[in-house]
Design a protein around this ligand. Structure first.
Ligand code: ASP
Length: 297
């Protein structure tokens, strides 16, 4: 079994990952090493930059007794022009137990999964999906609020380029949440109805802010410093429109004082941003156990 998109998971598998994530959370916090994947090898293949996802997959593998090996794309034969297919076939010949891939092209993980026999996990492909981020977001909300059912969740910012938004827009409604997507017109996909950030945030239980992905913009937004924050960013004043005690999330990396004010991001009571990172390790442990464990069984 591969984990390429939220749609590829059954409701039962989603529950298994979320429950497993909550269990692994304590195991990771107490820095315990389990042996459920003892002797297994997880390949990490990141063609795009990563801090949280790459390190949390590696940490998750180690916590389960597996070894995480990262290919340094900069120093690999990819730089000599090797194709994605040839790289996949080469890595497959080394017999890894799982392969985690991030790539700038939509669909690249599926191409690799067609070649690699071990489970392939999509760690973010272009503007398409980032399923383990959505799973860790859902587990974070469950851990803090005990449920997703009936929650109003505003996902705001650069929806057009966000694989995080795309995976969450599929997952969170399946778990009973009411999801609203909002952003500047030029950062919304054409098929999403226009909704202002203020309208989306009104009465929301959770506000999830997204990074402006300037590396994927064809034309710069042309905004002057401070303009994005005041028009579309999460300032304390804008956050006050949300439900009392509402919580804020961000997948990281943050553009501080662009899509989110530091005073909101660093609020010790209402910001879940560090908890999301911690849950990232736990949920990726659960994913590896499900995929690699299932294959071994
Ligand atoms: N880290 C997330 C991703 O890789 C979000 C972002 O980069 O803005 O999609």
């Amino acid at each position: 079994m591969d984990l390429l998109s939220i749609d590829s998971l059954s409701d039962g598998q989603i529950e298994e990952i979320l429950d497993g994530g909550l269990r692994c959370f304590d195991r990771n916090r107490s820095q315990m090493r389990a042996d459920s994947l003892d002797g297994r090898i997880v390949f990490n293949l990141f063609y795009e930059n990563s801090t949280r996802t790459a390190m949390s997959f590696a940490t998750a593998a180690h916590r389960l007794g597996a070894s995480a090996l990262s290919l340094s794309v900069e120093h690999s034969s990819i730089k000599k022009g090797e194709t994605l297919e040839d790289t996949a076939a080469t890595l497959n010949a080394m017999r890894p137990d799982a392969l985690v891939i991030r790539h700038r092209e939509n669909g690249a993980p599926a191409q690799v999964a067609a070649i690699v026999e071990a489970p392939v996990i999509n760690a973010g492909d272009g503007t398409n999906e980032h399923p383990t981020q959505a799973l860790l977001d859902a587990a974070t909300i469950r851990q803090r609020l005990g449920r997703l059912e009936g929650l109003k969740i505003a996902i705001c910012g650069d929806i057009r380029h966000s694989r995080v938004a795309r995976s969450n827009a599929k997952l969170l409604p399946r778990l009973g949440a009411d999801v609203r997507l909002a952003g500047p017109r030029e950062l919304l996909p054409n098929d999403i109805p226009e909704l202002s950030i203020d309208e989306a945030i009104e009465g929301a239980d959770i506000v999830m802010m997204l990074r402006v992905q300037r590396e994927r913009l064809e034309e710069d937004l042309g905004d002057v410093p401070g303009e994005y924050l005041s028009r579309y960013g999460l300032t304390a004043a804008r956050f006050a429109r949300a439900a009392p005690g509402a919580l804020v999330m961000h997948p990281g990396p943050m553009n501080r004082e662009v899509e989110i004010a530091s005073s909101v991001a660093d609020d010790p009571e209402r910001s879940l941003i560090r908890l999301q990172v911690e849950m990232g390790v736990a949920v990726r442990m659960a994913c590896l156990e499900l995929l690699v464990g299932e294959r071994a069984a």
